[in-house]
Design a protein around this ligand. Structure first.
Ligand code: NDP
Ligand code: MG
Length: 382
């Protein structure tokens, strides 16, 4: 029987690549549930092709469009955030692929874990905002969280068959983004077009901007802390512009294991879905003989203030990572809409942290409230 997937965020970059895997491996994976935010046209197209049991459109204003377009198909149609949360816990689903972006994935993630569905996680902001809570929940409900993020997939692969106490440190690699080597002065004049031109990966617009500011690597540091239950001092970051080594693990005997492949997100996606097995796939690497250079440099936390802030909020704990994430979502959105300059994003994050980071947070309800307040504050500032 093929594994039944709920793909939350099926219209995004990760969602579409997951469906590409379903298309090529029909005997292994089938789409049971598809959800989107506002891209009704693509959701309809995907539903017609993959014939899932259920689709959900997040934007409730688009419900009629989707419902009418699919009226001749035996597909259930729902709308709204609450419905996404519900389908994340469907009994008929084997694996929930969390491919939504930002804070919006948090409640569906909790719903999937509580329903004891296997979780394949791309939506790293969930662990940034509520890593400790999600990590406890996954232990309590005995639900594995399988990483899709390429660096975390690499570490997960390197850790196979190893004991956590034998790990000296993990080394997250970073491409460095489009502004690698820039000075703070040069960053003042960069354009949206330049920021969107990632040298290696083609991804959704939010993570592409996060890569340009290095917020993405900062978030991955926090993601790694909770996925692998390692203290921050055991997580290093190294810039590796060729993006062939996706991350490494150094063991107590001094040995280092690395995972190498062509940069193609379908590889970590298929690994998360097929784990603990591997599936023969058509995106093989081009061979070691064709790799001429693997270089590494230190990450520049003084130029890329976002990265330093990620270290700081991880150390501070509590609500600080949630504040950083909320301010970042608003800042990136404003930059994408030409409302603020590239370097203004860092200022907004800084200001939000200085006001909100000390707020107490005892649980998810508090995080939801803090997220809301920070968004209101940032929108006013812009
Ligand atoms: P995209 O922006 O391409 O896709 C995001 C998806 O989430 C879309 O389907 C979008 O729907 C949906 N969505 C957005 N907001 C909401 C909402 N409020 N309610 C319901 N659905 C919503 O992002 P990516 O695929 O690039 O990234 C997804 C996640 O994976 C991110 O957390 C990212 O950091 C992570 N990731 C991505 C990688 C990549 O290569 N793309 C690599 C590693 C991690 P719609 O478009 O219909 O509005
Ligand atoms: Mg990554």
């Amino acid at each position: 029987m093929p594994q039944k997937l709920a793909i939350l965020g099926s219209t995004g970059s990760i969602g579409q690549q997951t469906l590409d895997i379903c298309r090529k491996h029909k005997d292994q994976f089938t789409a049971e549930v598809l959800t989107a935010g506002s891209n009704a046209d693509l959701l309809i197209e995907q539903a017609v092709e993959f014939q899932p049991d259920t689709v959900v459109i997040g934007n409730e204003n688009l419900y009629e469009n989707v419902k009418n377009a699919l009226s001749s198909h035996p597909i259930k149609v729902f709308a709204g955030a609450k419905s996404i949360e519900e389908v994340a816990g469907y009994e008929s689903v084997d694996t929930v692929v969390l491919a939504m972006v930002g804070f919006s994935g948090l409640l569906p993630a909790i719903s999937a874990i509580k329903a004891r569905r296997k979780v394949a996680l791309a939506n790293k902001e969930v662990l940034v905002v509520a890593g400790e809570h999600i990590s406890k929940l996954s232990q309590e409900y005995k639900v594995p969280i399988l990483p899709i993020d390429s660096e975390h997939s690499a570490i997960f692969q390197c850790l196979a068959g190893e004991r956590l106490q034998d790990v000296d440190k993990i080394i997250l690699t970073a491409s460095g983004g489009p502004f690698r080597g820039y000075t703070k002065e040069q960053l003042k004049n960069v354009t949206l077009e330049q920021a969107l031109a990632h040298p290696v990966w083609k991804m959704g617009s939010k993570i592409t901007i996060d890569s340009a500011t290095m917020m993405n690597k900062g978030f991955e540091l926090i993601e790694a802390r909770w996925l692998f239950n390692l203290p921050p001092e055991k997580i290093d970051i190294l810039v590796h512009p060729q993006s062939i080594i996706h991350s490494m693990v150094q063991f107590v005997d001094g040995s280092i294991k690395a995972q190498l492949s062509k940069p193609d997100m379908r590889l970590p996606i298929i690994y998360a879905l097929s784990y603990p097995q591997r599936i023969k796939a058509d995106f093989q690497n081009s061979g070691m003989a064709n790799i001429h250079e693997l270089t590494f440099e230190k990450a520049d936390t003084s130029t890329f203030g976002h990265l330093q802030m990620a270290y700081d909020v991880l150390k501070a704990g509590g609500s600080a990572p949630c504040v950083l994430n909320a301010a970042n979502e608003i800042a990136v959105d404003a930059f994408l809409n030409h409302k603020i300059a590239f370097s203004d994003m860092e200022k907004l994050l800084d200001k939000s942290l200085s006001i909100f980071a000390g707020r107490k947070s005892a649980g998810i309800e508090d995080l939801l409230e803090i997220d809301k307040e920070v968004r209101v504050f940032c929108k006013k500032e812009i």
